[in-house]
Design a binder for this molecule. Structure first.
Ligand code: TXA
Ligand code: MG
Length: 320
């Protein structure tokens, strides 16, 4: 399949090109597009066949559900049943933005996007290209991150092309994303809300609206609430070693003589989030065997960064 590449200005999306991309979605095709977090691989959420194509293009396990992207709060009711008052308050406060709400799904929502669960994940992205694309398509757009399953999420169109060229109908090149790690996923189907995946919207920001969250980590025997959590993720081919301080590096160099080692350094957590996945991919292209990253404080945006680092550093034998 030939993949069409559409370069679109994120400040002022060209109408013609948005219409072309929306036309592909309406006809059941796959279009990768930028959001503020990472690039997504979109399909019409109500077109079962199109959604199935997402799974095969990415090599995604069939039990991992997909986020439906919308362009207005009103559209929430197309997907979700009985939206709790607190969910509406969160949507009003943080949408468009990097917060995904898991809600009880409406009947007609295809099981292809919910992977058979009774809930659906919904988010309104803060990116003009994404919002206009969803609006023109006229339907919610199902979109996981636009990478091959297990690879680092794409933060530039070139990453999408690296993984999915000739497997999808089109890629919108809207430049680099602004945040660089995926949205916060918040489960609102139980009495007390719970963060399933930390992201840019922090626990504290959410609690300022909802009151205390359920901060229990899922019990090891519990069926994962967010099936995506059990897979090894965000991983470059190189082995990732997390260090507490740069003093540990000398020891590592001695332990792996002759290994090609890349050390990643950042000036701030915001910069780290924005560049991390690009740096992983870059290290792979250059053939590094080991990537060393210094841990950050596990709170706020740091919790999201540490979550991705731990998953990327998981042994290859565990999960896939
Ligand atoms: O920032 C983002 O969230 C990006 C952009 C494209 O919006 N999307 C993204 O999608 O990261 P994906 O598929 O790579 O990650 C979605 C996560 C997975 O961990 C999945 O298991 C979880 O959300 N999820 C989706 N639907 C769910 C549901 N009904 N219940 C629980 N977890 C769900
Ligand atoms: Mg993903």
């Amino acid at each position: 399949m030939k993949t069409r590449i559409l370069r679109i200005n994120p400040q002022k999306p060209e109408r013609k090109k948005i219409e072309e991309a929306a036309g592909i979605l309406r006809k059941g095709g796959l279009v990768a597009f930028p959001t503020e977090t990472v690039y997504g691989l979109g399909a019409n959420a109500f077109d079962r066949k199109a959604v199935r194509k997402i799974f095969s293009a990415k090599g995604r396990p069939g039990d991992n559900p997909i986020i439906a992207h919308i362009c207005s709060i009103g559209q929430l009711h197309v997907l979700a049943e009985k939206v709790p008052e607190k969910a509406l308050l969160l949507a009003k406060r943080f949408w468009p933005g990097p917060l995904t709400l898991v809600l009880q799904k409406k009947k007609g929502v295809p099981e292809e996007i919910t992977a058979g669960l009774s809930s659906v994940a919904v988010r309104m992205p803060e990116n003009r290209i994404a919002l206009e694309l969803i609006k023109k398509a006229g339907v919610p757009v199902a979109a996981p991150s636009a990478n091959l399953s297990g690879r680092p999420s794409p933060t530039k169109a070139s990453h999408v092309i690296e993984d999915l060229i000739e497997k999808i109908d089109a890629v919108i090149d809207g430049g680099s994303v602004s945040i660089g790690i995926e949205s916060t996923v918040l489960d609102m189907t139980a009495g007390v809300a719970r963060i399933l995946r930390p992201g840019k919207i922090t626990q504290r920001q959410i609690e300022s609206i909802t009151g205390m969250l359920d901060s229990a980590k899922p019990h090891p025997t519990e069926k994962p609430k967010s099936p995506g959590m059990k897979y090894r993720h965000y991983s470059p081919k190189a082995r990732i070693l997390l260090v507490k301080g740069y003093k540990e590096i000398e020891g590592i160099m001695k332990r792996y003589p002759g290994k090609n080692i890349r050390i990643l350094r950042y000036g701030s957590q915001t910069e780290m989030a924005r560049r991390l996945f690009d740096d992983f991919r870059d290290a792979d292209r250059k053939g590094y065997g080991i990537i060393i990253v210094r841990e950050v404080k596990d709170s706020g945006l740091g919790s999201a960064i540490m979550d991705r680092l731990r998953k990327a550093a998981m042994e290859k034998s565990r999960g896939k």
